[in-house]
Design a protein around this ligand. Structure first.
Ligand code: NA7
Length: 536
C-alpha cells in the first residue's frame, strides 16, 4: 500500500517572489525534495491577488524590483516602464516559474489549513483543505507580508447590496465602472493608485478618507532600450551595489541640512520632487526620519505641493497630511491629487464626517448620504504578521503561534521563532521585509535558509531552534532602533496600528544591508542564538 502521507525535505507555503525563489534554490541548487503550496490559482502571491486598476510597484522599480541572481534572466527580460505595473510583475513571475520549471512542484488552489511540529520525528506535518497530509523536516513560510485583508468592521456594512471589492482580493474578470457611482474607502497605496484610474471611467467617485497621506509623483515612464542594455551590461556591478546599499543600486545622497540655507534646501526638494519616485525621501538630507525639524520642513514642502495641485481650497485642506513625512508607507502616484480637480470626484473627510451606517445602496455619514453602486475597500492588510497568524502553526509542546504572539511578535533574525524548530519565515516581523527591495530580500533570506539546512545536514543534526533569550534580544534591538526614529510616533501598519487590538510593535529591521551581514555572522559563529538537536 502506498503511504497516504507525502514526504519531503522541505515544504514551502506561498509562491510569490520569495516562495518561487526558495523552491528554485532548495530544489535545483541544493538537491532537496521540495513541494510548494499556494491558495492562489497561479504563481505571483501578492501580485496574483492585487490586480486592482492602477496597481503598480511602490518601490524603486524596474529593473531592480526583480530577481538579481541570474544574468541570463536579466538579459532575456524586457521591462516596459520604470514603475512596473502589476500585470508586468505577474508576467515576469510566470516567466520565471516556467523558465526554471517550477510549476510542476507547486500545488495551487490549496490552503494549508494546519501545520504541526512533532519533536520526536523532527518533522512538520501540514494538512490542506483538500484533505491531504504532507510532512517535511523544514517548513518555509513565504506567506506574504501584505496578504491578509484588513476588512473595515463598520456595523451594518454587510447590508450594502451592490458590488463590493477589497483591493487585495480583486476579481480576475474585468470590473466595469462605466456609468457607476463608486465609493472608495481608504487612501493608502491601493486607494491612491486606483482612484485616478476608477475616476476615468466612473460616473462619480466618492473617496472616504480617514488619514490624509503624503504621496510623491511616480513620474512613471517607458524604459528605453539604452537604459535596459546598460543595466544588463553592468548587472554584476549593480547587483553588488544592491547587496551593499540597502537593496538599491544607487548611492543615497547624504547631505547635512545645516550646511545649506533654507532657500538652498527648498531648491533641492524641488529638484527631487521633479525627479519623482522616492528621491525626495532618500536623497534630500540625512536624518529626515529622525530630526523633527527637518522632517517638518519636508512635510510642509509636500503639503504646499498638494495645495498647489488641488484647485478647490477646501478639498486641498482636507488632503493635507499631519503626521511626520515618511513614517507611514510612502506612496508613489500617477496624478492622484490632480484627480480631485475632476468634477466627478468628491472627498469625504471621515475625521469631521464619520461613516455612521450603510444601506443597500448608500453610505451614510454624519452629515450626508452618498449613493454608491460599487464599493471599493482599499483598507489594506493585517501586514507582516497576519499570514503567519492565519496559518497558526503548532510548535513544540503544542504551543500555537497565536498564543506565542499574543502580546508581542517575538522572533529571532526575522526568520525564526523560539518554540518552532525547523520553521523559517521569509519577510517575517523583525526582518527588513517591506523596507527593503523585497525580491532581493527574499533571495538573500532563502539563500541563508538553504545554507542553514545544509549545515544541519552536514552535521547530522535534526533540528534548529532559536532560544527565547536570542529572540527577546532581537525584538529589543528592533524596538530600540525604531525608537531612535520618528516611526513610532505615527499610527501606521509598520507599527501594527491599522488593525484593532494588534500589539503595537515596529515590525521591520531598519537597515537591510546590516541585517544580511548579521545573518552571515550568525551562520559564521556556528549559529549563535540557536540550539540544535541531533537527528533522531
Ligand atoms: P494601507 O496602506 O494600509 O492603506 C489602507 C487605507 O485604508 C488607509 O488610508 C487607512 O486609513 C484606510 N482604512 C483602513 N481601515 C479603515 C476604516 N475602517 N475606515 C476608513 N479607512 C480605513 O493599505 P494599502 O493596500 O493601500 O497598501 C498596503 C501596501 O501594499 C502598500 O504600502 C504597498 O506597499 C503595497 P489610516 O491611514 O489607517 O487611517
Amino acid at each position: 500500500m502506498t503511504d497516504p502521507i507525502q514526504h519531503y525535505d522541505a515544504i514551502i507555503i506561498g509562491s510569490g517572489f520569495s516562495g518561487l525563489y526558495a523552491l528554485h534554490h532548495l530544489r535545483d541548487n541544493l538537491n532537496l525534495n521540495v513541494r510548494a503550496f499556494d491558495s492562489a490559482g497561479g504563481v505571483g502571491g501578492t501580485w496574483w491577488y492585487n490586480r486592482y486598476p492602477g496597481a503598480r510597484v511602490d518601490a524603486p522599480s524596474s529593473p531592480f524590483y526583480a530577481y538579481t541572481f541570474s544574468q541570463a534572466l536579466v538579459d532575456e527580460w524586457r521591462w516596459n516602464e520604470t514603475q512596473t505595473s502589476q500585470a508586468d510583475v505577474l508576467n515576469y513571475l510566470e516567466h520565471f516559474a516556467e523558465r526554471f520549471d517550477l510549476v510542476k512542484d507547486i500545488q495551487f488552489k490549496t490552503w494549508v489549513t494546519d501545520a504541526q511540529y512533532d519533536s520526536i520525528t523532527q518533522q512538520w506535518t501540514i494538512e490542506t483543505d483538500g484533505g491531504e497530509t504532507a510532512c517535511a523536516q523544514f517548513l518555509i513560510c513565504a506567506v506574504g507580508a501584505l496578504f491578509v485583508a484588513n476588512m473595515p468592521d463598520y456595523p451594518g456594512i454587510e447590508s450594502f447590496s451592490g458590488e463590493c471589492y477589497h483591493t487585495g482580493r480583486w476579481p480576475h474578470e474585468p470590473v466595469s465602472f462605466e456609468g457607476k457611482r463608486v465609493g472608495v474607502i481608504g487612501t493608502g497605496s491601493s486607494g491612491i493608485q486606483s482612484i485616478p484610474e476608477i475616476a476615468k471611467q466612473a460616473k462619480h467617485v466618492t473617496v472616504f478618507q480617514r488619514t490624509p497621506q503624503y504621496s510623491l509623483p511616480a513620474r512613471n515612464r517607458p524604459i528605453s532600450d539604452t537604459d535596459l542594455v546598460q543595466a544588463r551590461e553592468q548587472w554584476d556591478e549593480l547587483r553588488q551595489s544592491m547587496l551593499h546599499r540597502g537593496g538599491w543600486p544607487h548611492k543615497t545622497i547624504r547631505r547635512n541640512a545645516a550646511d545649506y540655507t533654507a532657500e538652498a534646501r527648498q531648491i533641492i526638494y524641488e529638484q527631487l520632487w521633479e525627479t519623482g519616485g522616492i528621491h525626495l525621501s532618500i536623497n534630500s538630507f540625512s536624518g529626515v526620519l529622525v530630526d523633527k525639524n527637518l522632517n517638518n520642513e519636508v512635510s510642509e514642502f509636500v503639503r504646499e505641493k498638494i495645495r498647489n495641485l488641488v484647485h478647490d481650497a477646501t478639498t486641498a485642506k482636507k488632503l493635507l497630511p499631519e503626521y511626520h513625512f515618511g513614517t507611514k508607507r510612502l506612496i508613489l502616484d500617477n496624478g492622484y491629487f490632480e484627480t480631485y480637480n475632476r468634477n466627478n470626484v468628491t472627498l469625504v473627510d471621515l475625521r469631521e464626517d464619520p461613516i455612521q451606517a450603510f444601506t443597500p445602496s448608500s453610505i451614510q455619514t454624519q452629515n450626508d448620504e452618498h449613493a454608491v453602486d460599487i464599493l471599493v475597500l482599499a483598507t489594506g492588510f493585517d501586514a507582516v504578521t497576519g499570514s503567519m497568524l492565519n496559518l497558526n502553526p503548532k510548535g513544540r509542546n503544542g504551543l500555537r503561534l497565536k498564543q506565542k504572539w499574543d502580546d508581542q511578535f517575538e522572533n529571532y533574525l526575522g526568520a525564526t521563532i523560539a518554540g518552532f524548530p525547523n520553521l523559517f519565515m521569509i519577510h517575517g516581523p523583525g526582518s527588513p521585509g517591506v523596507l527593503y527591495t523585497m525580491p532581493l530580500g527574499g533571495e538573500r533570506t532563502a539563500n541563508w535558509i538553504g545554507e542553514t539546512i545544509q549545515h544541519l545536514r552536514a552535521a547530522g543534526l535534526g533540528s534548529i531552534e532559536a532560544t527565547d533569550e536570542a529572540a527577546q534580544d532581537w525584538v529589543n534591538s528592533i524596538n530600540e532602533a525604531a525608537a531612535q526614529t520618528l516611526y513610532p510616533l505615527t499610527n501606521s501598519w509598520y507599527m501594527g496600528a491599522n488593525v484593532p487590538g494588534k500589539p503595537r510593535q515596529f515590525l521591520a529591521h531598519l537597515r537591510g544591508s546590516q541585517y544580511f551581514k548579521q545573518l552571515e555572522a550568525v551562520a559564521a559563529s556556528g549559529y549563535s542564538g540557536f540550539t540544535f538537536e541531533p537527528k533522531t
